[in-house]
Design a protein around this ligand. Structure first.
Ligand SMILES: Cc1cc2nc3c(=O)[nH]c(=O)nc-3n(C[C@H](O)[C@H](O)[C@H](O)COP(=O)(O)OP(=O)(O)OC[C@H]3O[C@@H](n4cnc5c(N)ncnc54)[C@H](O)[C@@H]3O)c2cc1C
Length: 427
């Protein structure tokens, strides 16, 4: 019996049918057979494994795929984009500094294409940030988080990247060729044999599993749970009809280290929102499915970027991308961004993406090797995307040449990045 007939035969048939017709689309789509595997145990033999399909990981995987590496992207959640989509921080920045574009490439392509498909507008980047009348956030690009997640999947598919949602690494063993990474999902056990790993989990979780050194202070920046009371969410719009920006509630102590800490952050954030709804007697119109995390572990890399490196705009010998944002540390008292001095554009070296003493693993994203204050500026989305692209390029060349990413001639990495639209310091 089809659904429509069942509803008509049910006791409250007429009312239910009307509700169902309003709520359920009549469109039909069919799943890709490739994913329908009845086996519990799966083996994937690939070149590059990207763990974490968030802000950095999506870009890393697309770059590796476009450069010809067989790439698998393992994501514990249900969609790509991470903090930019699931966390609802859908205003990536900053791609421009002092009147010039400093970050481009695949991240910029994602952001631009999202705005274009959504009929949105880019900020006026010719308007120079002066930290008084034009604050840094005027250069953040407001993207529709839903379109961003859809385009991320499309671009992965076009690049030949395989996506594995609801999976995460359970154990990792070094092999003669690279790594064996055993992943778990519900109803799935996947054994991944790969040459290179890129850890884009936000909190360097893979690096932690390998007992490589990580950094974390007792105090960490709060996370935030994003929601909207009273007015409908207007995704991808800062202004215009209806309020565009979501509201946010700080979740102090939120770290993304494991399922228990993420559970605790979500419970705490949602409880606070429920209290707010009761107190303010307003309708809850929108709520992100997960807390957005600002800080947990950073790696201790071959190079650690210090706040002096950051604020002086040190150009590292092995710089592979730029970054630009105020020093932006959130505490229990809130945040007071400290703008960079006029003309300063910090750089990120490849060696800050390499866990100290490791080979064949890179990180990208907010877990970049840096002290807390430098990290408070480096962690924003445009540099996370640029790091992702650099890691994807370095890992792919390392596979091709059968060497470690740090052994790949730097100019080869830079060439590949520039071919893929990136902006590279000193090149
Ligand atoms: C409230 C808030 C406001 C912010 N404001 C701005 C802003 O205005 N502009 C800006 O540009 N940036 C902003 N940021 C910073 C920026 O959004 C993040 O630092 C950045 O998106 C982090 O990117 P990432 O790739 O490192 O991590 P994420 O985007 O968080 O991605 C990590 C991914 O890894 C997955 N994952 C984690 N562990 C595992 C595992 N073991 N196995 C598989 N998958 C795993 C996660 O599910 C997630 O998808 C803000 C951040 C927060 C929290």
């Amino acid at each position: 019996m089809d659904r429509r007939k069942f509803i008509q035969y049910s006791a409250a048939g007429v009312a239910l049918a009307a509700t169902a017709n309003q709520a359920i689309s009549a469109e039909h789509v069919t799943m890709n057979e490739r994913f329908i595997n009845k086996e519990l145990n799966i083996t994937s033999e690939i070149d590059v494994l990207v763990v974490g399909g968030g802000t950095a990981g999506t870009i890393a995987a697309i770059q590796a795929g476009r450069a010809g590496a067989e790439t698998l992207l393992v994501e514990r959640g249900s969609q790509l984009g991470g903090t930019a989509t699931t966390g609802g921080v859908a205003f990536p920045g900053l791609f421009h500094a002092w009147g010039k574009q400093i970050i481009s490439g695949i991240g910029w392509e994602m952001v631009r294409d999202t705005v274009l498909l959504d009929g949105g507008t880019l900020p006026d980047f010719s308007m120079e940030i002066n930290n008084t009348t034009v604050r840094h956030w005027r250069h953040q690009v407001h993207v529709n988080q839903f379109i961003y997640a859809l385009l991320a999947e499309e671009k992965c598919e076009e690049a030949g990247v395989e996506i594995a949602y609801y999976e995460f690494p359970e154990s990792i063993t070094k092999t003669a060729e690279g790594w064996q990474v055993d992943c778990l999902g519900f109803g799935t056990k996947r054994s991944v044999l790969c040459r290179q790993i890129i850890d884009c989990t936000g909190g360097a979780e893979v690096t932690g599993m390998l007992n490589l050194p990580r950094l974390r202070k007792e105090e960490t920046q709060p996370g935030s749970m994003l929601f909207k009371l009273d007015n409908a969410n207007n995704p991808g719009r800062a202004n215009g009809p209806g309020p565009g920006l979501l509201d946010a509630i700080y979740v102090h102590g939120a770290i993304s280290a494991n399922s228990r800490t993420v559970t605790a952050a979500n419970l705490t954030g949602r409880k606070a929102i429920l209290e707010k709804v009761r107190k303010e007697k307003k309708r809850l119109m929108h709520m992100q499915p997960e807390t957005a995390f600002r800080e947990s572990y950073r790696i201790e890399g071959e190079t650690i970027i210090t706040v002096d490196d950051y604020t002086s705009g040190r150009v590292f010998d092995d710089a592979i991308c730029y970054a630009f944002y105020p020093v932006d540390l959130h505490t229990k008292e809130g945040v007071k961004p400290e703008p960079l001095k006029k003309g300063i554009v910090p750089t990120i070296p490849l060696s800050a993406l390499v866990p100290k003493g490791s080979s064949n693993i890179l990180v990208a994203g907010r877990c970049v090797s840096s002290d807390r204050l430098a990290n408070s500026g480096l962690r924003v989305q445009a540099p996370c995307m640029a790091m992702g692209q650099a890691a994807g390029a370095a890992a792919t060349l390392a596979v091709r040449k059968k060497i470690t990413p740090l052994e790949v001639p730097l100019n080869n990495i830079k060439e590949l990045l520039v071919q893929n639209g990136a902006i590279v310091p000193n090149f």
